[in-house]
Design a protein around this ligand. Structure first.
Ligand code: XUL
Ligand code: CO
Length: 436
């Protein structure tokens, strides 16, 4: 049975095409910087928004037309949803997908029952992966929706909740491993606090580190070779989230000796909620050799919450691809669309338009970024701007050959520092515009 009967396989038709169900820029086999677009971009569809999003918001009921859904959240429904998901991803030509344990399978009355249901669904996912060649980019556990996680999961004041969360991650790791998942993500949903009066911050952070360490030990014991990723986010649901931004996460990883264990999964809307641009966050992570994967979406400049919209802004995708190309791609990570269609876009086919738009926006960003890199414009500008560090006094400072006393001697002799040059921000922005 077809769940998207009027949607054919989405093909690349080129920039002149007016077909809304075709790619204008994403041409999977086109080679850029020595790799196919498919291998460079490693697009992934997320199960939660795409197959579980209902359109519910704090003011109103679900709006999404999803004829395959029953109201019960039954196991049968979960099995049917696997068919829906794979039909969608196969037609779209997405090479990867991602899930939380509770997206793919309903929670049972006990842990044992939940684990059994998860196994049933995982078997079907495995079959479909085999049939289609679609792979699991990452798995994760939902440690934030259930009321038991009201005070957090790994950072809960209730040790039993830590234990339950550990069981959930243990199982999610096993399922991810069974499905050949290439990464495992930790998004600290409720790892944070609202009031410091009732919070032992130090102890909670110690527990969070212990949790990741224990997860790693288990992952290695079952032969999971995938990459661990932490996903920074500054607010929502708690006022103070421990994984505020890339720099905060890196500080946590360094403090607890976890740099070898985890890289970062950087999400655009989380970056902007933290008051940073996506390019800033990607650069912070990449500079620390910790940029593992990205959650591609965008916020709304006029709204202050996590709107998780599909990325369509070519400036944004170009900036992302400049950083990603500079580190030669994201593999084994990828570009996961952690994005949802608007509540008003309730027809099933809107899911196709949304993903096609996001994939095309990234493909365009990739082509533009590759051209900027080929012409060397930004590298030449930056190299020129720092040229005083390539010889003379700058070089000696960088090589640790100078003391403050030496510098005083140098400057007393010279009398004053050399003149500055303009940063030419506007000129550079104009140059970037020439490429768009
Ligand atoms: C929440 C969010 C999560 C993570 C996975 O804002 O981004 O869906 O990506 O837990
Ligand atoms: Co995300």
């Amino acid at each position: 049975m077809a769940y998207f009967p009027d949607v054919p396989k989405i093909e690349y038709e080129g920039p002149k095409s007016k077909n809304p169900l075709a790619f204008k820029h994403y041409n999977p086999t086109e080679v850029i910087e020595g790799k196919s677009m498919r291998d460079l971009l490693r697009f992934s569809v997320c199960y939660w928004h795409t197959f579980r999003g209902t359109g519910v918001d704090p003011f109103g009921a679900p709006t999404m037309q999803r004829p395959w859904e029953d109201a019960q959240d039954s196991v049968d429904n979960a099995l049917r949803r696997v068919d829906v998901a794979f039909e969608f991803m196969e037609k779209l030509g997405a090479p990867f997908y991602c899930f939380h344990d509770r997206d793919i399978a309903p929670e049972g009355a006990t842990l044992a029952e939940s684990n059994d249901i998860l196994d049933t669904i995982a078997d079907k996912l495995k079959e479909e992966q085999k049939r289609t060649g679609i792979k699991l980019l990452w798995g994760t556990a939902n440690l934030f929706s259930h009321p038991r996680y009201v005070h957090g999961a790994a950072t809960s004041c209730n040790a039993d909740v830590f234990a339950f969360a550990a069981c959930q991650v243990k199982k999610a790791l096993e399922v991810t491993n069974y499905l050949g998942g290439q990464n495992y993500v930790f998004w600290g949903g409720r790892e944070g606090y609202h009031s410091i009066y009732n919070t032992d911050m130090r102890r909670e952070l110690d527990h969070m580190a212990k949790f990741i360490q224990m997860a790693k030990t288990h992952a290695r014991s079952i032969g999971f070779k995938g990459q661990f990723l932490i996903e920074p986010k500054p607010k929502e649901p708690t006022k103070h989230q421990y994984d505020f931004d890339a720099a905060t996460c890196l500080n946590f990883l360094r403090q607890y000796g976890l740099m070898e264990t985890c890289k970062l999964n950087i999400e655009t809307n989380h970056a902007t909620l933290a008051g940073h641009s996506m390019m800033h966050e990607l650069t912070v992570a990449s500079n620390a050799q910790a940029l593992g994967s990205i959650d591609a979406n965008t916020g709304d400049l006029l709204l202050g919450w996590d709107t998780d919209q599909f990325p369509t802004d070519i400036y944004l995708t170009t900036q992302c691809m400049l950083v990603i190309l500079a580190q030669k791609g994201l593999s084994p990570g990828g570009i996961n669309f952690d994005a949802k269609v608007r509540r008003e876009s309730f027809e099933p086919n809107d899911l196709f338009y949304a993903h096609i738009g996001g994939m095309d926006a990234f493909a365009r960003g990739l082509k533009i970024a590759a051209q900027i890199r080929k012409d060397g414009v930004l590298t030449d500008i930056v190299k020129g701007r720092y040229s005083s560090w390539d010889s003379g006094i700058g070089r000696k400072i960088e090589k640790s050959q100078m003391t403050f006393k030496d510098l005083e001697e140098y400057m007393l002799k010279k009398g004053n520092s050399a003149a500055n040059h303009s940063g030419r921000q506007e000129m550079i922005e104009n140059i970037i515009n020439d490429y768009l």
